[in-house]
Write a protein that binds this ligand. Structure first.
Ligand SMILES: *[C@@H]1O[C@H](CO)[C@@H](O)[C@H](O)[C@H]1NC(C)=O
Ligand SMILES: *[C@@H]1O[C@H](CO)[C@@H](O)[C@H](O)[C@H]1NC(C)=O
Ligand SMILES: *[C@@H]1O[C@H](CO)[C@@H](O)[C@H](O)[C@H]1NC(C)=O
Ligand SMILES: *[C@@H]1O[C@H](CO)[C@@H](O)[C@H](O)[C@H]1NC(C)=O
Ligand SMILES: *[C@@H]1O[C@H](CO)[C@@H](O)[C@H](O)[C@H]1NC(C)=O
Ligand SMILES: *[C@@H]1O[C@H](CO)[C@@H](O)[C@H](O)[C@H]1NC(C)=O
Ligand SMILES: *[C@@H]1O[C@H](CO)[C@@H](O)[C@H](O)[C@H]1NC(C)=O
Ligand SMILES: *[C@@H]1O[C@H](CO)[C@@H](O)[C@H](O)[C@H]1NC(C)=O
Ligand SMILES: *[C@@H]1O[C@H](CO)[C@@H](O)[C@H](O)[C@H]1NC(C)=O
Ligand SMILES: *[C@@H]1O[C@H](CO)[C@@H](O)[C@H](O)[C@H]1NC(C)=O
Ligand SMILES: *[C@@H]1O[C@H](CO)[C@@H](O)[C@H](O)[C@H]1NC(C)=O
Ligand SMILES: CC(=O)N[C@H]1CO[C@H](CO)[C@@H](O)[C@@H]1O
Length: 637
């Protein structure tokens, strides 16, 4: 029996969540935020099909929706870049003049992306620091030494796992700012001192007691099950994430990811395109390898560029019984499957990783045993995955797709293939991206710092060009020993500076690794509770990582970011970069040097006096004990 069912049966509760308002009314109304437009709360529901029946498309091109949206967005990024280079000087060069000169040919202008890694709340908060630094709406972010406006200049922002929680927090809450997420009086959104395992706080109060909270989660998931859909622990997890991250008291139960595409601000190109990444797992597989299929959720579609499936499904109609790319004439259209919490929950199915890594943690063995018992149970029930049933790619590309015979698609945490930075969607040749700001908050080393592992995984995958890499282009990166020996993980590093060193066009990768400036930001991936002070310290540190201490560590850093944004565009238009860019590239570009001797233990000391936080290391075991007690307690009721 599935664990969900077990918990559900044990609680067997009346009083389901109030039915949402009428679908058609909601759907046609123009509301300027992600929409509560699911037809029946958490339960997917049959709806009448649009006049053109939804179908699966080949991944050979961008979607029509994206093609139509891009010119709208590019008008906005053009203005944003002119503002950005109004306060970021690149050696006094007239960048606005350059941009104006080439404005009539959008493809010559810089095309910018940001990618935010996974790593639980640590990654969400460190990533939030970078996004805050890049956001021109944040006060003081457009002063000297700061980088406000880079977010407004970006066309794409990708996130996975903890990074997808950040994307959900921003986009589902009407493209809100990090400052607003931090502000208690503004909906109490990032109240991370209230564990996801015990229920959310609003206005300083638990809106439910913990029992009611679990009842709600289970009731909602039961609605989906009663509607005839397979459910798993990921459904509970996604609902819990909704309560933690989405505005309002109902945990965004009827907010869909596809509704982002209906927001007027999004349609007008006022926001970048959010991309959430998850991995595919074959039935019976526990360890997801580097050749796993990588899926992307954008507001219009769900699918993959990988040669395995090489197709995309319309996200709004996920849950419809597609067969061989079409909806059979007797098949009904389904909406409401793409619940926003379920999408970010899919990208962050940490349970599986947890089981594999339990032995390497300092968790007391008694607690470990309990966790293992709990997780093994889930694992046996195959519940540590997100089931996508019906598989939208059932019988699609039957000759090549290993998934064509499966009625259920099994998805897992986007970082399980070792690529913890969601680069796959932003290195697609179809997207022609020039530069990716890659925020890495991975816990690669024993001390939870990044060491380049994720970039190595992406590079190795790209080398399999005729196989799983499918000609995605990625610049050469060195082994992780070199990363540590050369300090490439202690400061931003550029990869792929010299585009002629690669056979096909690759974006310039601006690698921005987590590093302690004013705070020891290497908290455990499984630390599930942060005081407001810890949260804010991590965000401020992330801001400083992205701005190199607001320029205090290198007064030329903002100019160098400008050079990285402009390099490919200047190359295309045959324009010489300002001289300061030579200084920047000789300082920040990886020079191709390899130094693979085993380094000493990597343990960076904070640059500024650190608010030492002894509590941090104590919280993890305590949290686990609570989590286990709560969840095991329920499943045994
Ligand atoms: C969403 O944000 C936009 C831009 O800030 C604002 O104009 C609009 O009123 C907001 N919508 C809601 C429902 O808060
Ligand atoms: C972009 O801006 C130009 C100039 O303001 C305008 O003519 C054009 O219609 C805009 N394009 C889109 C797709 O909004
Ligand atoms: C902005 O900068 C001013 C002047 O340095 C400072 O007084 C103020 O506190 C800053 N505001 C924020 C929100 O950091
Ligand atoms: C949350 O919703 C409330 C009520 O609609 C609104 O006042 C607040 O600004 C929202 N908070 C955020 C961060 O969007
Ligand atoms: C991935 O590699 C493993 C072992 O190399 C192989 O068994 C598996 O079939 C591969 N999966 C795909 C989707 O190619
Ligand atoms: C983890 O530790 C337990 C007992 O300490 C042992 O039985 C088990 O085989 C270990 N598992 C792995 C994956 O190392
Ligand atoms: C980097 O991290 C990976 C993954 O945890 C680890 O296997 C490797 O030994 C680390 N290398 C260095 C030099 O830290
Ligand atoms: C290349 O990818 C294919 C699957 O597309 C896989 O079977 C093969 O093992 C991969 N080769 C290498 C060297 O990783
Ligand atoms: C950098 O700027 C941020 C935001 O204004 C501020 O909180 C932080 O203290 C500054 N750090 C340094 C080192 O100047
Ligand atoms: C900044 O760049 C200028 C111009 O290339 C150079 O002269 C100066 O030394 C650089 N400053 C630092 C701190 O690297
Ligand atoms: C240039 O490309 C080669 C082959 O991919 C690689 O070995 C080398 O490290 C690259 N050099 C730089 C500086 O990226
Ligand atoms: C650029 C490239 O090689 N694309 C290939 C990706 O995989 C699909 C499906 O196998 C091929 O049709 C493309 O040609």
């Amino acid at each position: 029996m599935k664990t969900t069912a077990l918990i559900a049966t044990a609680l067997a509760l009346p009083g389901a969540i109030a039915a949402p308002s009428n679908l058609d009314e909601v759907a046609v109304e123009v509301i300027a935020r992600a929409l509560p437009n699911a037809p029946d709360g958490y339960a997917p529901q049959n709806v009448s099909c649009p006049s053109t029946r939804p179908s699966i498309r080949s991944a050979s091109t961008l979607s029509d929706n994206e093609e139509k949206w891009l010119p709208v967005r590019r008008n906005k990024t053009l203005d944003a870049m002119k503002d950005f280079f109004g306060h970021v000087s690149v050696g006094g060069y007239d960048v606005a003049g350059y941009l104006d000169k080439h404005a009539s040919n959008a493809s010559s202008l810089p095309n910018v992306a940001v990618a935010v890694s996974g790593g639980g709340y640590r990654a969400m908060l460190n990533g939030a620091g970078a996004i805050k630094a890049f956001d021109s709406r944040i006060s003081n972010s457009t002063t000297k030494g700061h980088l406000g406006g880079l977010l407004q200049s970006a066309t794409y922002v990708a996130g996975l796992s903890g990074g997808s929680w950040l994307l959900g927090s921003i986009w589902v809450n009407n493209f809100t700012t990090i400052s607003d997420l931090q502000t208690t009086s503004d909906g109490d959104l990032w109240q991370l001192s209230s564990s996801i395992f015990s229920g959310p706080d609003k206005g300083g109060l638990h809106i439910f007691d913990t029992v009611d909270y679990y009842k709600n989660l289970v009731d909602e998931v039961d609605d989906k099950k009663d509607a005839g859909y397979e459910t798993a622990v990921t459904d509970l997890w996604g609902r819990a994430l909704g309560y933690q991250f989405f505005n309002g008291t109902d945990g965004g139960v009827d907010y869909t990811w596809s509704s982002i595409a209906d927001m007027s601000d999004f349609k007008q190109g006022n926001q970048p395109l959010p991309l959430v990444v998850a991995d595919g797992r074959n039935p019976g597989e526990k360890v997801v390898g580097g050749n796993a299929t990588i899926y992307e959720f954008n507001p219009w579609e769900f699918g993959t560029w990988d040669p395995t499936i090489y197709g995309f499904a319309p996200l709004e109609y996920l849950g419809s019984p597609f067969e061989d790319g079409k909806l059979p004439s007797n098949g009904s259209c389904v909406r409401g499957f793409d619940n926003a919490g379920f999408i970010i929950g899919t990208s962050s199915t940490l349970f599986n990783q947890f089981l594999l890594q339990l032995n390497t943690t300092s968790i007391p063995s008694a607690v470990q045993d309990l966790v293992r018992k709990f997780l093994t149970k889930l694992s046996r029930a195959d519940d540590d995955i997100a089931p996508y049933d019906p598989n939208p790619f059932y019988r699609y590309n039957e000759d090549t797709s290993p998934y064509a015979a499966q009625t259920t698609l099994e998805l897992v945490d986007g970082g399980e293939d070792g690529q913890n930075i969601p680069l796959q969607p932003v290195i697609q040749p179809n997207r022609h991206i020039d530069v990716v700001f890659a925020i890495d908050s991975s816990a690669d080393t024993d001390m939870n710092w990044p060491n380049g592992t994720s970039l190595v995984a992406t590079y190795e995958r790209s080398l399999n060009a005729t196989g799983i890499g499918n000609h995605t282009a990625f610049p050469a990166v060195p082994d992780t020993n070199t990363f540590v020996n050369e300090g490439l993980n202690t400061r931003p590093t550029f990869f792929g500076c010299n585009s002629s060193n690669t056979t096909s066009m690759t974006p310039l990768i601006v690698y921005i690794p987590n590093y302690p400036y004013s705070y020891l930001s290497n908290t455990s991936t499984f630390m599930m509770e942060y005081t407001d002070e810890q949260r804010d310290s991590l965000i401020t540190n992330g801001y400083e990582v992205a701005t190199m201490g607001n320029g205090t560590r290198d007064g030329n850093w903002t100019a160098c970011v400008g050079c990285a944004m402009l390099q490919r565009s200047f190359e295309r238009t045959g324009t010489k970069l300002p001289d300061i860019c030579d200084t920047c590239f000789s300082k920040y570009c990886w020079d191709g040097k390899i130094n693979s001797t085993t380094p000493a233990k990597y343990e960076p000391k904070a640059l500024d006096p650190v608010k030492e936080d002894a509590a941090v290391n104590a919280i993890v075991p305590a949290m686990l004990a609570t989590m286990v007690a709560t969840v095991v307690g329920f499943s045994l009721v």
